[in-house]
Design a binder for this molecule. Structure first.
Ligand SMILES: Nc1nc2c(c(=O)[nH]1)N[C@H]1C(S)=C(S)[C@@H](COP(=O)(O)OP(=O)(O)OC[C@H]3O[C@@H](n4cnc5c(=O)[nH]c(N)nc54)[C@H](O)[C@@H]3O)O[C@H]1N2
Ligand SMILES: Nc1nc2c(c(=O)[nH]1)N[C@H]1C(S)=C(S)[C@@H](COP(=O)(O)OP(=O)(O)OC[C@H]3O[C@@H](n4cnc5c(=O)[nH]c(N)nc54)[C@H](O)[C@@H]3O)O[C@H]1N2
Ligand code: SF4
Ligand SMILES: [Mo]
Length: 890
């Protein structure tokens, strides 16, 4: 059992790659209180809406607390024996390539290290891939092509010191919020210019100096045009190009041929020529330029080329490895970088060594004492699930990821999980993926586990436990080691804790390194358990006891055999799957501000659900009109891979011809609203990363006859409805249900979801059988559930009933009388849709504050607190402030 400290524990946020430091403690009332760690160099005390709500995610509702075999509870011994024997038997019978692991950038470094060591070193197959394949693989491939090693050269300070920051395919304001706030503070201090390159006018774009709404997938052309412009205008750093790079002449001649002028680029990218010129001139004239990029670049069939098109421009200007400049691929997951260090991708080995070099393979084999080590790359995610579907992979272990939702062509992935003979899932909760598991292993969650993560700037930070392990949950590293030992590899997996694993990982990074690999954390090879416990955030590489070297490639030497970086000539390709008359829309997918991935944790937090309570698809008004859709209509979206339903939201920040669907809604939160089923499994040939930002789609209105709203204390998964979605609310859940049946049938269907029956239920039904209302109270007279069913478009507002669910107080006689009307007895103004999730401030409150004299972001912040914490909602607040009639303000 761990020793749990009584005071605040320094740990790290388990969400995005910014890697913010968090101070967490269990308060006297047993609630978990969190705040930003003022000493952590990633965030200096700030947290975004998701980080600030971490204390609300540590409850045990829905947690997996014991191992299960075929749906029945089992002991750990039984479960581990079964996993080990099935893996061993499968390998014995069908060879090592018949088993596979699919892991996650949300595992801690130590978990990741042992999973990789078991598969590549001891099972002898490289069939371990990770959700980072869907996330960072193109950046990894681009870095290796250009630098000879997967290195992110820059650090966060570069954003403070830059004069121009170009954000490419990155909705930083929502996805790396604290980094974005840091950038905005730097702009205040030094006037940094911000350019956003994204087909959508995102919250990030709304705050920037120049937004280029590029046509989807046209970034290579835009950056080729930039390289040609830099050459034309004499902005090339000849000295750097001559001494530190190879291949400039070819890359630039391809760029000139591909993108001869700003006009040609503008036409190809669907932009104004003047905007393209402005961007090129800004870039050419600003030495201190950082280009930040993420999924709009990586998740593309040409993602690796996009990465190199960007890096080419930085190499040409020598803007790399120096203060305030460089290409900067920001990582998505909390430990995406740690996963790259341990070599968790199927085509990497370990500690930045690779299968391409037999000396590397021999070196790792000697270090691990692993004669059976894999010598070839393994299956990448898309191929791995395909192989599982075809029966080639017969045993699959999924850890810390939810591929049934997050993989493209998700219906096929589900079919593969179903077809696979033996599926193991390690998770903290039940998910769409765990439904397919033969063995379910309960993993320790954030707050319960100990280990290391590395953020986007290569800063290693500790996650620390401040809660006891609940039920029988175990840390992932321990589960993997337990299985490895039972497979006969006891000696190689005899770790007594994460510190021992980290020591080995550090030693491997330094083993016969001699400066060949920049990833070297050898100074941690002898870290004591005590030092590990106290470890303070630190960048790698760091010399033995020395200072952090901060930026990499500062000396103009790269990790290639000759020390020079490579220009990569790149050509703009057309979309892998072009739109057709039949599927005329490009469907783009991605993230929302307050949800994390498949919502297994954030989806349970009421204040995070409030901003966007149900699945919506954003459409330009022109496209909506062309398809006969209005704001709020339920739509069916279809691609050649599958379909989904979501409510239409008109949005003039969308490029005409392109729709946007969030990736978050799994089967746990909605009937059929997953982006995964629609998304394309076409991959980039270099990186194997799928094109999640581009798939041709059609959209049509879904005929709806009735609607229902149910608020309840119960955690339900309705079945048999054309569409449902649910939202966490204080005290329970709020369900939105719809159907195509006649309203009387709808009433039957919806009523079946109620728990109360007979006398416990107060009911009302109109004469025509069209409207139905019901409510139930507990013994003390507090509301437990309320249901309203009505013909489409006639549903009463549920705000008051939802608030009653939260209060748990017995209802007044007055309130009881009004219950079935759904209207509060004394009218209190509704606060409106939640805009500021940190302080729970709604749109109506903001509008009222503006009305009563708060005419700036700061004034609103002073009055209501809104926007003053994480800042993610500032662009939305600004819109409300700006909407105040100009004449009234005079
Ligand atoms: N709130 C929140 N934050 C998160 C996460 C989350 O789930 N929720 N997840 C984390 C993870 S794992 C990741 S990987 C990051 C992702 O962070 P981001 O990459 O910032 O997020 P996305 O929304 O996936 O995509 C970014 C943008 O790419 C744009 N895009 C689409 N196609 C193109 C194109 O062809 N060219 C260009 N230039 N842009 C294009 C999209 O319109 C979108 O706005 O976020 C991390 N942070
Ligand atoms: N259409 C579309 N699809 C996408 C994307 C997109 O933009 N569009 N983005 C892609 C990207 S960039 C990413 S990173 C992926 C993310 O996709 P996933 O990795 O599938 O998403 P998560 O919901 O974060 O899944 C993490 C799982 O691990 C569990 N978990 C949490 N903590 C622990 C732990 O300590 N141990 C264990 N064993 N389990 C734990 C959670 O409950 C959850 O089930 O989605 C990808 N899919
Ligand atoms: S920016 Fe937000 S989600 Fe990302 S690490 Fe910081 S607090 Fe967590
Ligand atoms: Mo990601």
């Amino acid at each position: 059992m761990q020793d749990l400290p009584a005071t605040e524990v320094k740990t790290t946020c388990p969400y995005c790659g910014v890697g913010c430091g968090v101070l967490a403690r269990v308060a006297a009332d047993e609630n978990v209180a969190v705040r930003g760690d003022p000493d952590h160099p990633a965030n200096f005390g700030r947290l975004c809406s998701k980080g600030a709500a971490l204390g609300e995610t540590t409850g045990l509702e829905g947690r997996l607390l014991a191992p299960e075999i075929d749906g029945r509870k089992a002991s750990w011994d039984e479960a581990l024996d079964l996993v080990a024997s099935r893996l061993s038997e499968t390998i014995e019978e069908h060879g090592p390539e018949s088993v596979a692991f699919y892991v996650s950038g949300q595992l801690l470094t130590e978990d990741y290290y042992v999973a990789n060591k078991l598969m590549k070193g001891f099972i002898g197959s490289a069939n371990i891939d990770t959700n980072s394949r869907l996330c960072m693989a193109s950046s990894v491939a681009g870095h290796r092509r250009a630098f000879g090693e997967d290195i992110v050269p820059g650090i966060y300070e570069d954003l403070d010191q830059a004069d121009l920051v170009v954000l490419v395919g990155s909705n930083t304001a929502w996805c790396h919020p604290i980094l974005y706030q840091r950038l905005l503070s730097a702009r205040e201090a030094r006037g940094t210019k911000i350019v956003v390159i994204d087909p959508r006018r995102t919250a990030t774009a709304e705050e920037c100096d120049l937004h280029l709404a590029v046509g989807p997938g046209t970034d290579v052309l835009l950056f080729n045009g930039l390289l040609a412009h830099l050459d034309r205008t004499g902005t090339i750093d000849r000295n750097f190009v001559d001494t530190s790079t190879i291949g400039f002449a070819e890359a630039v001649s391809v760029a000139i041929a591909e993108a001869p002028s700003a006009r040609a680029v503008a036409a190809g990218c669907g932009l104004d020529e003047s905007a393209v010129r402005l961007f090129y001139e800004l870039f050419a004239s600003t030495t201190r330029t950082v280009t930040v990029y993420s999924q709009g670049v990586n998740q593309s069939a040409h993602g690796t080329d996009k990465v190199n098109a960007i890096i080419n421009c930085h190499l040409a200007t020598g803007r790399i490895g120096r203060r305030g400049m460089g290409p900067f691929s920001v990582t998505g997951q909390p430990n995406a970088m740690g996963g790259r260090e341990v070599g968790g991708l199927a085509n990497q080995l370990a500690a930045h060594m690779s299968f391409d070099d037999t000396a590397d393979v021999d070196r790792v084999a000697r270090f691990w004492n692993a004669p059976r080590i894999a010598r070839q790359p393994g299956l990448k995610a898309i191929d791995l699930f395909r192989a599982a579907g075809e029966g080639k992979v017969k045993a699959l272990w999924v850890m810390g990821t939810n591929p049934a939702v997050s993989m493209p062509d998700a219906n096929r992935v589900r079919a593969a999980l179903k077809a696979c003979e033996f599926v193991v899932a390690s998770d903290v909760t039940r998910t769409d993926t765990t439904r397919f598991a033969d063995v379910l292993l309960p993993a320790a969650a954030w707050g319960e586990k100990e280990g290391m993560v590395t953020n986007s700037e290569r800063r290693m930070s500790r996650q620390r436990a401040f809660l006891p392990l609940p039920g029988e949950a175990r840390a992932d590293w321990r589960i993997v080691c337990d299985v490895a030992q039972r497979m006969g590899f006891a000696e190689a997996f005899a770790f007594d804790g994460p510190a021992a694993i980290l020591r080995e990982h550090a030693a491997l990074s330094a083993f016969e390194n001699e400066g060949l690999r920049k990833f070297d954390i050898g100074h941690l090879a002898n870290i004591t358990d005590g030092e590990y416990r106290e470890f303070a955030p630190r960048l790698w590489p760091a010399a033995q006891g020395g200072e952090d070297p901060e930026r990499l490639f500062a000396d103009g030497r790269f990790s290639t055999p000759d020390g020079r970086a490579r220009f990569v000539p790149v050509r703009q390709e057309g979309p892998a799957l072009p739109v057709t008359a039949d599927r005329p829309l490009v469907l783009n997918t991605g993230r929302m501000r307050d949800q994390w991935h498949t919502m297994t944790r954030t989806g349970r937090v009421p204040r995070l659900a409030a901003n966007t309570p149900e699945p919506v698809i954003d459409l330009h008004p022109r496209d909506a009109m062309a398809h006969g859709l209005r704001d709020g209509d339920l739509a069916r979206i279809e691609t050649r891979f599958g379909f989904a339903r979501a409510r239409v939201r008109l949005c003039d920040g969308q490029r005409p011809g392109e729709a946007f669907l969030p990736m978050h809604w799994s089967g746990q939160f909605a009937a059929m609203s997953g982006a995964g089923a629609l998304s394309s499994p076409v991959t980039d040939i270099y990186s194997g990363q799928p094109e999640l930002k581009h798939v041709p789609a059609r959209i049509a209105r879904e005929r709806v006859a009735w609607q229902a709203a149910l608020v309840t204390r119960c955690d339900l998964r309705p079945t048999g409805f054309v569409h449902w979605s649910r939202q966490a609310v204080a005290g329970g859940w709020s369900y939105a249900l719809t159907g195509t049946e006649t309203p009387d049938q709808g009433i039957l269907l919806a009523r079946a979801l109620l728990s109360a029956t007979g006398e416990g239920l107060v009911e009302y039904r109109d004469r025509h059988g069209l409207n139905y209302r019901a409510a139930a109270l507990d013994g003390a007279g507090a509301l437990t559930e309320a249901l309203m069913v009505a013909p489409a478009g006639q549903l009463p507002d549920m705000t008051w009933l939802t608030s009653l669910l939260a209060s748990r107080d017995p209802l007044s006689a007055n309130a009881r009388r009004m219950l079935l009307s759904g209207r509060a007895p004394e009218t209190e103004p509704a606060i409106g849709r939640i805009v500021c999730a940190c302080f729970n401030v709604g749109a109506n409150q903001l509008a009222a504050a503006v009305q009563s004299g708060c005419r700036s972001l700061d004034a609103v912040g002073k009055a209501l607190g809104a926007g003053t914490n994480c800042g993610s909602c500032r662009s939305e607040i600004r819109r409300i402030v700006d909407a105040y009639p100009a004449q009234a303000a005079e």
